[in-house]
Every structure is written in C-alpha cells, then in structure tokens.
Design a protein around this ligand. Structure first.
Ligand code: DX5
Ligand code: ZN
Length: 221
C-alpha cells in the first residue's frame, strides 16, 4: 500500500501561506488537505472557494477538501471550479449520500465520505464501492491540535475490512491527532492516507516531519 501524507493547512501560517505550501511540496507531501468549516456542522469557521483557488495557484499537488459543512452539495461545483481534486463530505449531514457521491464524481472530482467518531462504519457499506475515499475521523472535527481518540484504530480496521468485503478500491484516510506516535498504529490498522496539521506545522523542522511521519509507516511495512 502506498503511504500518502496530507498536511492540513488549518495549522499553516496564513500570513505566509505560499511559503508553507512550498515547504509541504519540498518536504514530499502527497496531497494538501483543506478543512472547510461552516460554524454550523462544527463549532468553527474557516475558508471556502477563494482559499482553494489560492492553494491551486500555489501547487500542482492534489487538493483534498474536507467539507465540515451542512448541505455540502451547495459548494461542490464551486470547489471543483476552484481546483479541488478530492471532495469529502460528512455522512452525518448527507441524507442522500448516494446521490451526493454521484454528483461529486459527475463534477469530475474524487468522492470521499467522512465519519465522525460515533458514526457507525457500517453506514458506508452500501456506497463503499462508489467511493474513492473513506475518511475516519480520529478526533471530533472542528479544531486542529486535538488528541487522537484511540478507538479510531478499531474503526480503521473495521473500515479496511468493509472495503475488502465490498470490493472497494477507496483510499482510507485518517484525520485528527496524527503524530509520530499515533501514525504507526493507524497504518497497521489499514489506513494509507494521513492528514496531519499540528504535527507538521508546529514541528521544529516541518519539512523533515513529513518524511518522519512517512518513515514511521515504512518501518512496519
Ligand atoms: C479537524 C480537521 C483536521 C485538522 C487536523 O477537524 O479536520 O484536518 O486540521 O489537525 P491535527 O493534525 O492538528 O489534529
Ligand atoms: Zn480535515
């Protein structure tokens, strides 16, 4: 399995976003993770299409957009036009999950679904084959720098099993509290794509941290 590291720009310094993105590129990041929050689904507000457009101008890396918003369908077209490559919506606010996933794919983006820590993994079973990505949240979404919830490891394992049983090729991403200490367990449990905000941007050597995280996976491959 290929390891992907996706720095979350939620923890970047927006006064020098260009430098921070360049650092991610030089450090070997695979994707850039963009956290969109609406102050409704989660108790925090971040950014929208304008920032996605800015990131698009700064890098050719895939832009992985995590929509922590109610009624995500309102934003899909605008985000694809702004340059998003992966659009991940939350199961908890997507009553027409199958339709919403198809819409993302029709717009030409990869379709992902995220599940909060208390959302049953089994709720993804009937769309698993249609998904390009499943995002298992390992914190309650809304803020960077939170502590990893250990139960996420069982949930990653359960997701990996579900994808196998359903014959889904979806990427298995984990997001929240991913550090040098927690990434190995996630990789062993079956995750292949790792979002990291605080661990990278608060590190003494952020560039080296990307590689250090990746290294933690290959050591147990
Ligand atoms: C949390 C966001 C995450 C966040 C992760 O709601 O979805 O992407 O940026 O940050 P860390 O790695 O600091 O937990
Ligand atoms: Zn995220």
């Amino acid at each position: 399995m290929t390891v992907r590291i996706a720095p979350s720009i939620l923890s970047a310094d927006f006064a020098k976003l260009g430098d921070d993105i360049a650092m991610c590129v030089e450090g070997g990041a695979d994707w850039i993770h963009v956290d969109v929050m609406d102050g409704c689904f989660v108790p925090n507000l971040t950014f929208g299409a304008k920032v996605i457009e800015t990131v698009r101008r700064l890098t050719t890396l895939p832009i992985d957009v995590h929509l922590m918003v109610v009624e995500p369908e309102k934003y899909l077209e605008g985000f694809v036009a702004a340059g998003a490559n992966v659009l991940t919506i939350h199961q908890e606010v997507s009553p027409h999950l199958h339709r919403q996933v198809q819409l993302i794919k029709k717009l030409g983006a990869k379709a992902g679904v995220a599940v909060n820590p208390a959302t049953p993994i089994a709720s993804l079973r009937d769309v698993a084959r249609d998904l390009d990505l499943v995002l298992v949240m390992s914190v309650n979404p809304g803020f960077g720098g939170q502590r990893f919830i250990p139960r996420a490891l069982d949930r990653i394992r359960e997701t990996r099993d579900l994808l196998r049983v359903e014959g889904s090729q979806a990427v298995l991403e984990v997001d929240g509290g991913v550090t040098r200490d927690t990434i190995t367990g996630c990789w062993r449990a079956g995750a292949d794509t790792f979002v990291a905000g605080n661990a990278i941007f608060a590190a003494k050597d952020p560039r080296g941290e990307i590689n250090a995280l990746r290294q933690r996976c290959s050591e147990v491959a």
